[in-house]
Write a protein that binds this ligand. Structure first.
Ligand code: FPP
Length: 249
């Protein structure tokens, strides 16, 4: 697509109807590599380049929160070489992108079990989060060592402890209180969930938070995903009638 064509596609976006929070299940790195007779790690490396492109595009478009599913609790069961390569890639990304995030006024956030990450990755993550905590234009939220069921278990434990300590009565537990005790307590729910590579599943991602998200599944493998397709998905989203269980206009 020429830059003129992209500019006109971009111009057709309705700035008043942008999703505040876009969440992405980045899938298909392995298949992208296999198709090219490459090692799976090459797919993840290309995937990391696409992360950079899409973060920049979201910042330019004006998306307030972008959550990327970068490593699930289940991913710990992959071969050790792949886990180590992914951890090295994440650390490199966090280190290399720090200045870019600061320059673009993007705050880095994290959801998941940071304590399960290797110490060097955890430290780099915390340092980059710390350095960017004042940034206001966008939040890049990385789901790392994240699993939604574990998140729900942790929320339940926190609320149960409050009940035992007499701070809360079971009958006072509300939807708001549940949301306040999830990793995403400071974020709006995703308006739009994108999954690449064509699989029709949620894979333990933000189960509570996506109750009313619009879902878009594209067959494109994550390493082939481009900003043009992101804009096309946003245009599709803007044409949907979000009813939240009520009747339409
Ligand atoms: C799924 O593809 C992707 C992952 C498990 C990892 C996602 C990681 C990246 C995109 C790169 C690093 C991330 C950042 C934030 C720098 P898959 O391996 O399951 O693909 P397959 O289903 O085709 O095998």
């Amino acid at each position: 697509m020429s830059s003129n064509q992209f500019a006109s596609l971009y111009a057709s976006l309705d700035q008043s109807k942008l999703p505040a929070h876009v969440a992405v299940i980045m899938d298909g790195n392995g298949r992208w590599a296999k198709k090219r007779l490459l090692n799976r790690i090459r797919g993840h490396e290309k995937g990391a380049e696409v992360v950079r492109t899409i973060v920049t595009a979201c910042r330019e478009i004006g998306i307030a929160v972008l959550t990327l599913y970068a490593f699930s609790t289940e991913n710990w069961q992959r071969p050790q070489t792949e886990v180590s390569a992914l951890m090295a890639l994440l650390k490199k990304f966090l280190k290399n992108e720090k200045d870019e995030l600061l320059d673009k006024d993007i705050r880095l956030g994290h959801i998941g079990q940071a304590e399960r990450l290797p110490q060097d990755v955890r430290e780099t993550l915390l340092q980059t989060m710390d350095a960017t905590q004042h940034c206001k234009k966008m939040c890049l939220n990385l789901a790392l060592s994240y699993g939604s069921r574990t998140e729900i278990v942790h929320m339940t434990q926190k609320l149960a402890r409050k009940c035992r300590q007499g701070e809360l009565l079971p009958g006072q537990i509300s939807e708001e209180l549940v949301a306040e005790h999830l990793y995403t307590h400071d974020l709006p729910d995703p308006d739009l969930l994108i999954r690449t590579s064509g699989e029709m599943r949620i894979s333990n991602f933000l189960l509570w938070q996506i109750a009313y998200s619009e879902i878009y599944v594209t067959k494109t493998l994550w390493p082939d995903f481009e900003r043009e397709e992101l804009v096309q998905i946003l245009i599709d989203y803007q044409q949907r009638d979000r009813r939240f269980g009520k009747v339409g206009k």
